[in-house]
Every structure is written in structure tokens, then in C-alpha cells.
Design a protein around this ligand. Structure first.
Ligand SMILES: [Zn+2]
Length: 468
């Protein structure tokens, strides 16, 4: 095989000079590329980037070495502001510059793993039973490797690019977003020509072996975390007083807990329900096809809101979480403190939501503190070349499959990039069983099938090719 190639090569070069390279490029050996991807993901998982402390610089250096080996320029950035052992990575594969660039973004940090609950070592990068096992396999080193291999495949096959492909790996997504924030604040020049960005936040869920849809995340909720505090006078609990802060705070929290936030159907969510209605039958299909109307029907409303995800994309949500009073049974404390996790729809105004909640708590003794300023609201257009490229690549694989826009209820780094005007889509290029996904995401035995890694790499490759 090798000898024949050597003989043929000069002939091919003579017949087809580089300038006449067809737009589709030389064929890619997907089987071999998948093998490389498995090896790289396994090694990447072995670099323990648990946040805190993150240690992402080692991950960035590892990725930079691979990129440079492929002749793709890469830079390690932001060490000086992110702290010891931390960094962002930036690389760019050049096109002819006639159209604006597409960025592929992932975060290198992972959430902690509790090895005692895993059946394998979460940082061994084990390849077994058709899977690459380890913390980060799906969130989101697997994405990062699929992005990397798709970019390498484009480079090696010589596909003619009208758009540069930018590759970014960020530190600290899981805790403070400092990686993406530093990148956007310090390197706006590197992003100036970027029109589109793909990162996490859109699933391709499978239910009992049946594909549900291709999810492209175009919107996400915003966190508006609050700390509520009531001050009191400490004293011995054997003589109850009116200055005990605990019952006051509890009463205010009870009023908040009973409050039902109003329902609202945003444009993207409306489209999502209409799209997925095709997966349902009879009455349920009719309800989902017009969710605004259905929410006015008590039976429909109860069925729709009983799904915790659907409930969360139809309203601002409030979860009471942290609660502290005294640490001794017989002592009335000096203060009582609670924290609540508020998640806003992209259309919500944080100030008016807070004002309404304060009115519901109805106690001026409660002081409110916003724990983090809310990120910019995230909503993106759907009528774009990149969205159409995603649809086309999805339909190549699953003709007739739904390509829809579920709202992301958690938080990602997308709003940080969206601030620069970049159209940012969430797209995790793997088909994962719903039940499996629930267990693995920030849970135990996180793993990505070898088949999925190869599939996702090629999916990204086709999207990038179709978007040219
Ligand atoms: Zn993630």
C-alpha cells in the first residue's frame, strides 16, 4: 500500500497543482482519524484539570503541541491574569479570508470526581468496552477533541476554506468563567473577524435508541443568585424573643417558595415545542404545536409543567438552596442567611424580577444581595448560514430529523462571547441516551463511546465544510 502511494504521488501532484485543489479536498481516512482521536482524548483526560485549581495550562500545552505538529499556529495566553498553572489556548487555521471566521470553543477544566463512586479511575483515560472513560469525556474534553480532529482533517485534506477556523480552549468555565472573560476582554482583536462560534449547550438526545432531535442551543437562562439576610439579637434559646432572625427569614422564604412565577413563551421556546410536537401523538401533539394556547388549558398546562425541563424553559425559576441560622440548638443567632438560585428567561429584566420578589417576601428586615452580576442575555438568530450548515449535516445523517432550538437552563460561556456580537450556538456533537447523560453529566462513570467520538468529529467537519 505504502509503495504504491509513493509511486503515485508525483503523478497526482503533477496532474493537480495545489491551486486547483477541489473545494471538497482529499478524502479523509475516518477510521484512522478516530483512532487518533481516541488516543488524544485519553491523554487529555489524564491531564487532571479539576477546577479548582484547574491546572488548565498543562491541557493548553498538550493541545498546542498537537496543533503545531499539524502546522496550525497556536498560542498559550492569559497566564499572567488567570493565575499559576492556568491559561487559555488560541489557534487559527487560515482560509482565504473572503468570509468571516468560525470559532470552535471548549473549556478545559472539569468538575471534581469522587473516585469511590466510579467503577474506573476517573483520570486514567481508560479505553474499554468501546468507550473512553473519565472526567471530562462529555463535559467537555470530548467536544474539544472532536473540534480539534475536525480542524486537523480540514488541514490535512486541503479543503478550500473561505472562512478561518479558530480554535479556543478556555480555563475556568465550571466555576468563575474567568478564562472566557479574560479572553474576550484581552483579545478582542483575535475575535474581530469571528462571525460564528460553536461550543457546548445543545444535545442530540436519544430515548431508548430512538433519536429525539438535533438540539442547537441558541438561548440560555441567566443566573441571578441572591443572598438574603436577617439580623437579630443573639441570646439564649431558653427565653424566646422577637429578635430571633430565624423565624422572620423562614416566613419570608415561605412566601417566596409559594410564589408561582408567570409563564412566558419566548420565540425560540415556541419553535422548540412546535418542532418536537412531531414526536408526539394525538392530544399531546396538538398541545405542543401551540404551547401558548395549551398553557391556558388546565389539563395541558399540568402535563407540560410536570416536565421539569419544560417548566424551566417557560418561566423564571426560583430554588431555595442554602439556609443557615444558629450552629447550636440552644442559641438564638445574630443572623439568619439563605441563598436562592434564580434563573431568568433571556427576555426577563433582572431589576423588575427582583423588585417583584422583594414585594412577595414583604419584610423590610430582609436584606438582599446579588451574588454575581447577571451575564448578558443570550438569544441568537436562527436564520444563518451556520444554522443551515448544521441542518444539512444533520440531514445527511438522519434524513427528516428535527433540528431544533431547546433553551439551555444552566449557564455557559456563550454570553461572554455573544457580547462581542458573535453568533454563538450550543452544539455537543454526540448522540447520547438521555438516561445515561443524566447520570454522567457532573456525575459518575462519565464516558464517551468511540463511535460517538468518530461520529462527532465528522459531523463538525461537515458543518465547517458546508458553512464555507
Ligand atoms: Zn461544560
Amino acid at each position: 500500500m505504502m509503495r504504491r502511494l509513493l509511486v503515485l504521488m508525483p503523478l497526482i501532484l503533477a496532474a493537480a497543482p495545489a491551486a486547483a485543489q477541489p473545494a471538497s479536498g482529499r478524502p479523509v481516512d475516518w477510521e484512522a482519524l478516530r483512532g487518533e482521536a481516541v488516543q488524544i482524548l485519553s491523554e487529555y483526560i489524564r491531564i487532571n484539570t479539576t477546577n479548582a485549581p484547574g491546572n488548565e495550562k498543562a491541557g493548553a500545552e498538550y493541545l498546542a503541541r498537537i496543533l503545531e505538529r499539524e502546522g496550525i499556529e497556536a498560542q498559550i495566553l492569559d497566564e499572567e491574569v488567570l493565575g499559576a498553572g492556568r491559561a487559555n489556548l488560541y489557534a487559527r487555521l487560515r482560509g482565504d479570508g473572503s468570509k468571516r471566521a468560525i470559532a470552535l470553543v471548549h473549556h478545559m477544566d472539569v468538575v471534581p470526581a469522587s473516585p469511590q463512586h466510579w467503577t474506573v479511575d476517573p483520570f486514567a483515560g481508560l479505553v474499554r468496552d468501546g468507550y473512553v472513560w473519565g472526567r471530562g469525556a462529555i463535559d467537555m474534553k470530548g467536544d474539544g477533541v472532536a473540534h480539534l480532529m475536525a480542524m486537523i482533517a480540514l488541514k490535512r485534506s486541503g479543503v478550500r476554506l473561505t472562512r478561518d477556523i479558530v480554535y479556543i480552549a478556555n480555563a475556568d468555565e465550571e466555576l468563575g468563567s474567568t478564562g472566557a472573560v479574560a479572553f474576550v476582554e484581552r483579545h478582542a482583536d483575535l475575535l474581530r473577524d469571528v462571525e460564528y462560534l460553536i461550543t457546548e449547550g445543545g444535545d442530540i438526545p436519544v430515548e431508548n435508541g430512538r433519536l429525539q432531535f438535533y438540539g442547537v442551543g441558541v438561548a440560555e437562562k441567566r443566573t441571578l443568585w441572591q443572598r438574603l439576610r436577617v439580623a437579630g439579637t443573639p441570646s439564649h434559646a431558653s427565653r424566646p424573643t422577637r429578635e430571633n432572625p430565624v423565624p422572620r427569614l423562614v416566613a419570608a422564604l415561605a412566601r417566596i417558595a409559594q410564589h408561582e412565577t408567570p409563564l412566558e413563551v419566548t420565540a425560540g421556546v415556541d419553535k422548540y415545542f412546535r418542532d418536537i410536537s412531531r414526536n408526539y401523538q394525538g392530544q399531546q401533539r396538538a398541545w405542543l404545536a401551540d404551547v401558548r394556547a395549551a398553557l391556558g388549558d388546565p389539563a395541558a398546562r399540568e402535563w407540560i409543567l410536570s416536565d421539569v425541563y419544560w417548566n424551566a424553559i417557560l418561566r423564571n425559576t426560583i430554588s431555595l438552596t442554602v439556609l443557615t441560622g444558629s450552629n447550636k440548638t440552644n442559641v438564638i443567632p445574630a443572623e439568619a442567611v439563605a441563598e436562592i438560585d434564580i434563573r431568568l428567561l433571556p427576555t426577563a429584566n433582572p431589576d423588575s424580577v427582583l423588585a417583584a420578589l422583594k414585594a412577595i417576601a414583604a419584610d423590610s428586615a430582609v436584606t438582599w444581595q446579588t451574588l454575581m452580576p447577571p451575564k448578558a442575555p443570550l438569544e441568537n438568530p436562527v436564520d444563518t448560514d451556520l444554522f443551515r450548515a448544521i441542518e444539512r449535516a444533520a440531514h445527511d445523517r438522519d434524513p427528516g430529523a428535527l433540528v431544533t432550538t431547546p433553551m439551555f437552563t444552566a449557564a455557559s460561556d456563550r454570553p461572554t462571547y455573544r457580547r462581542l456580537g458573535i453568533i454563538t450556538y450550543g452544539l455537543d456533537p454526540f448522540k447520547v441516551e438521555n438516561a445515561e447523560h443524566q447520570k454522567m453529566m457532573h456525575g459518575n462513570d462519565e464516558r464517551l463511546s468511540i463511535e460517538n467520538l468518530g461520529w462527532g468529529t465528522r459531523f463538525i467537519y461537515d458543518i465547517l465544510r458546508y458553512a464555507q
